[in-house]
Design a binder for this molecule. Structure first.
Ligand code: TIU
Length: 220
C-alpha cells in the first residue's frame, strides 16, 4: 500500500489497483472561443490546471498505471443532447453552432479535442460522454471493472461540475477517490475552494483531496 498525506486524513492506495481519471481537459472548456466562453465564463482560470495535470500524466505513465481521459461532447446530429441542455439560458453560441474551434461541443471538432499538453497516448482509455458525470451513458464502469480499479485519482475541469459529478458517483459505486488540488480548476475560484471543502468535510464524505507534491512523494 502507498500512503498520501491528504485531507481530511491519509489516503491509502494499492498501486496494482489505482487509475488516473482526467476529466474534460478540452479546448472547448480551456481555450477562448469554446463552450465555456459561450456561457460567459473567463476561461483563463482553467489554464492553471494544465501543467499539474501533465505532471500527473507523466507520473502515471512512468509507473505504468492506467489512465482514463473523458471528453464531454455530442454527436454531430445532436441525438444525444437533451434539448433542455442546448436550449437553456442565453449563451453567445449554442451546442452544435459554428464557432472559432468548429461546432461547439461536437465530437471530432477541434474544440472537443483534449489540449495538447494532456493529449492521450496509445493504450490510454478515452471516453466520450454526453453528460456532466462520466458514468452516465458511457462504458466507464466496464473499463474500471476490467482494470480491477479500486482507487481513482482525479484531475480535470471543472471542479464543481464534471469533476464533482463524476467523483460523487464513483464514491457511491465504491471507489476510493482522491482529487489532486492543483490539477483541477473552476471558472469560479470560490466554487473550487468550496468543492474541496465539501469533499473533505464530514470525514471525507465523498473522498479525499491532496496537493500534487504529496501524491508525487507517496508514489516515488
Ligand atoms: N460549465 C462548466 O463549468 N462545466 C461544464 O459544462 N463541463 C465540465 O465541467 N466538463
Amino acid at each position: 500500500m502507498m500512503t498520501v498525506e491528504a485531507n481530511p486524513f491519509a489516503f491509502h492506495f494499492d498501486p496494482t489497483s489505482v487509475a488516473l481519471i482526467v476529466i474534460d481537459m478540452q479546448c472547448d472548456f480551456i481555450n477562448p472561443g469554446g463552450f465555456g466562453e459561450t456561457l460567459g465564463n473567463d476561461v483563463s482560470h482553467l489554464q492553471r490546471a494544465v501543467s499539474p495535470t501533465k505532471d500527473l500524466l507523466t507520473l502515471f505513465r512512468h509507473k505504468g498505471w492506467p489512465v482514463i481521459h473523458t471528453r464531454e461532447n455530442h454527436l454531430p446530429d445532436l441525438s444525444d443532447c437533451p434539448p433542455a441542455k442546448r436550449d437553456r439560458g442565453s449563451p453567445s453560441l449554442r451546442i452544435g453552432d459554428d464557432g472559432p474551434m468548429g461546432r461547439i461541443l461536437i465530437r471530432g471538432e477541434p474544440g472537443a479535442k483534449i489540449v495538447p499538453d494532456c493529449t492521450p497516448i496509445e493504450g490510454e482509455h478515452v471516453i466520450d460522454k454526453p453528460g456532466k458525470g462520466a458514468f452516465y451513458a458511457t462504458n466507464l464502469d466496464k473499463i474500471l471493472s476490467k482494470l480491477g480499479t479500486k482507487s481513482l485519482v482525479f484531475a480535470g475541469v471543472t471542479t464543481e461540475v464534471c469533476v464533482q459529478s463524476t467523483m460523487r458517483e464513483a464514491n457511491d459505486r465504491g471507489f476510493e477517490c482522491l482529487l489532486i488540488e492543483e490539477a483541477t480548476e473552476s471558472y469560479f475560484p470560490e466554487f473550487k475552494a468550496a468543492t474541496l471543502k465539501m469533499i473533505q468535510a464530514q470525514g471525507g464524505i465523498v473522498g479525499w483531496t491532496s496537493a500534487l507534491a504529496n501524491f508525487q512523494a507517496a508514489a516515488s
